[in-house]
Design a protein around this ligand. Structure first.
Ligand SMILES: Cc1cc2nc3c(=O)[nH]c(=O)nc-3n(C[C@H](O)[C@H](O)[C@H](O)COP(=O)(O)OP(=O)(O)OC[C@H]3O[C@@H](n4cnc5c(N)ncnc54)[C@H](O)[C@@H]3O)c2cc1C
Length: 442
């Protein structure tokens, strides 16, 4: 029987009918002639681990997630052992924590190198944690790195990077539009040398496991002097502080989740828990999201790559009416062509945007463009892969269900499509109003 989550037991699909003894279709990664040796080595080393250590073990690593039941003790132990093994292989290959500098146990990769690594590791959904880069911890680590004091590094950042602590990022509120960060109502008021925090948040991911949250707080009222973007401050709040009330994990896609609804009720933390200067919260959130969007989009490219491989394999091998292969059907050929174009265009847009960011050019229009385009392309690509697989496409034997939910969710999280479309149009119109037109070459 083929059970659980694809990978080692599913592809190549032609061999999976009886589910015995198959090997996963490896990801085809070769050196890219236009990239330097260092990036190519990172990509090839990552692909080797994905192909040899992760794909053949996906069913053990994640399989229990897909049958909806609670995993047995044996399954949990086996998954833990395989995870630890793969993480050791990753560390030995010096591919651990691509987002962190070496002094914090990371690879010290440049921005572009990290982006190019992500498209490879995301071929296996869930592999990020095996490479030590998991949201929201990774984003929090970057913010602590940039804005944290030495004391905050010692107390929060180092335990977080060493895996001794977990964290959450608590910004979105149920009663205010998350797409407009200026609407945040959670209030922090100074009382002597303590911040007193009151507010209501939800969708704080990893909320149950987190040892601390980075909470986005209003530290000035809307009509106080100063710009709208200088009225927020991020404050570190340990989960066990009196007044931190986790109401529930908000169910997502019909399943229990750790995206928590939290009420902060007269929560007192030392003033020294403030991250950066008072009023820098909005900027810190932008820092987190800007680079993060490139990484998320490259992850989506990697996941689309996997969908494409599985879809083409199925089209080549599945026989329909009268023994014809799906590959002889023009609808199916159209799926291949459309998915190819979706993946190529996404990848090139993200690489172009990342290069502009790295050069320090104004990349805001491109960041918004990829934030809209790539999750939508991912949504289309996984949707076609599901369609081609028929019932198997929505079963737990393939990774598509989780990918589909992920792609759909990405169109909302970190700024919904509409907000970014508006930003693109605003930037374009501003330039034309100034008497210039758009230069697509730059
Ligand atoms: C799985 C998941 C994990 C998350 N994790 C976190 C987390 O760890 N921490 C955290 O703080 N948040 C988290 N979020 C919240 C996420 O960032 C917000 O959902 C997102 O910013 C959108 O905010 P909102 O839900 O309040 O939607 P709203 O802002 O209410 O927007 C709802 C819809 O209105 C439309 N809309 C909004 N503005 C405009 C406009 N200007 N013009 C036209 N249409 C518009 C869009 O269609 C949008 O989808 C998570 C969300 C999900 C789904």
């Amino acid at each position: 029987m083929v059970t659980g989550f694809c990978g080692g037991v599913c592809p190549p699909v032609s061999e999976t009918r009886d589910g015995e003894g198959e090997t996963a279709m490896p990801m085809n990664v070769k050196p890219v002639p236009t990239l330097d040796d260092e990036v190519n080595e990172v990509r090839l080393g990552t692909a080797e681990i994905v192909n040899q250590e992760i794909l053949p073990n996906e069913n053990v690593l994640y399989g229990w997630r897909s049958d909806g039941g609670r995993p047995s003790e044996t399954q949990v132990t086996e998954a833990r052992e395989v995870r630890a093994h793969v993480q050791n292989v990753v560390k030995k290959a010096k591919l651990w924590a691509p987002h962190l500098p070496p002094e914090f146990g990371g690879m010290g990769l440049s921005f572009m190198q990290h982006a190019y690594m992500n498209e490879v590791l995301a071929y296996s959904p869930g592999a990020a944690s095996l490479f030590g880069v998991v949201a929201p911890n990774s984003g929090n680590q970057k913010i602590l790195l940039k804005y944290g004091t030495q004391e905050q590094h010692d107390k929060w950042l180092i335990p977080l990077t060493e895996g001794r602590m977990q964290s959450g990022f608590s910004m979105t509120e149920p009663h205010n539009a998350g797409s407009d960060p200026r609407s945040i109502q959670t209030r922090a008021v100074l009382d002597g040398d303590e911040w007193v925090i009151n507010g209501h948040k939800w969708f704080t991911s990893n909320g149950h496991a987190a040892d601390f949250y980075i909470v986005m707080c209003r530290t000035a009222d809307p009509d106080d002097p100063g710009g709208a973007n200088e009225k927020m401050t991020q404050i570190i709040v340990p989960r066990k502080t009196p007044g931190v009330n986790i109401i529930r994990g908000v169910p997502v896609w019909g399943k229990a989740s750790s995206h928590c609804e939290i009420i902060y009720d007269n929560v007192r933390v030392p003033k020294s828990n403030q991250l950066g200067g008072t009023g820098t919260g909005h900027q810190a959130a932008q820092d987190r999201l800007g680079a993060g969007r490139i990484y998320h989009c490259m992850n989506s490219v990697g996941s689309m790559w996997r969908c494409f491989d599985l879809m083409v394999d199925r089209i080549m091998t599945r026989e329909v009416h009268g023994g014809e292969k799906l590959e002889d059907k023009q609808f199916m050929q159209g799926f291949i062509a459309d998915s190819y174009m979706d993946i190529q265009s996404s990848r090139l847009m993200v690489v172009d945007c990342a290069m502009k960011m790295e050069e320090g050019a104004d990349s805001r229009t491109d960041i918004s463009s990829i934030k809209v385009y790539v999750p939508n392309a991912y949504h289309r690509v996984v949707d076609r892969a599901i369609q081609v697989h028929g019932a198997a496409g929505v079963s737990g034997d393939f990774p598509f269900a989780g990918m589909y939910e992920g792609a759909r969710t990405l169109r909302i999280a970190d700024g919904p499509d509409e907000v970014h479309r508006i930003l693109i149009a605003k930037n374009v119109l501003r330039r034309y109003h100034a008497g210039e037109s758009w230069d697509f070459g730059n």
